[in-house]
Ligand binder design. Structure first.
Ligand SMILES: [Zn+2]
Length: 171
């Protein structure tokens, strides 16, 4: 497909939300893979409207910052304009939430983009679990979260996580 959504090769019909992927890649040429899903934990967590906290290794992916959220629509990202706005919301972050919808993730490799999506979903699930049991009191401060982002989620660690998922899927 062209960035404008025109089919350049093949006979398939583009997905209605293809603009998500096209516009994220158009905005940032270092992104070679994007992921979009309607992961249940991400949707449930986004509905709370509360910051994502670095209470686990997964949550440290954002280095102590909250996860970006695309709030222009909770419906399908079905136009180029919505794709552009979503890509702006994501910016250079590894992933973003789409409240009432799902998540997006990006990376400079398949393993990075997929793991960014998986880590966001797991971070949401961990915080949902903690919040269901009581107030969240213990999580990394900004300095520790930034250190953990580098330590836990280097390219080598992301690749190892991806390879584990591939082995699990092949079983
Ligand atoms: Zn969607």
């Amino acid at each position: 497909m062209s960035f404008g959504g025109e089919v350049l090769e093949g006979t398939g019909t583009p997905h209605i939300e293809a603009h998500i992927h096209l516009e994220i890649m158009r905005r940032n040429s270092s992104v070679t893979c994007t992921v979009h899903s309607h992961a249940q934990a991400a949707v449930a967590f986004a509905a709370l409207g509360t910051p994502l906290l670095p209470l686990s290794h997964d949550g440290a992916l954002f280095g102590g910052d909250d996860v970006p959220r695309f709030t222009d629509t909770g419906a399908l990202v079905s136009t180029s304009a919505l794709g552009v706005a979503l890509a702006e919301t994501l910016g250079d972050a590894p992933a973003a939430l789409l409240p009432k919808h799902g998540l997006v993730a990006a990376g400079d490799s398949v393993h990075a983009a997929v793991m960014h999506a998986v880590l966001l979903e797991r971070a949401c699930r961990a915080q949902l679990t903690a919040m269901a049991a009581g107030p969240v009191r213990v999580f990394s401060d900004r300095a520790e979260a930034q250190f953990k982002r580098q330590q836990c989620w280097s390219d080598g660690q992301l690749r190892a996580g991806w390879e584990y998922l591939v082995r699990s899927a092949e079983r």
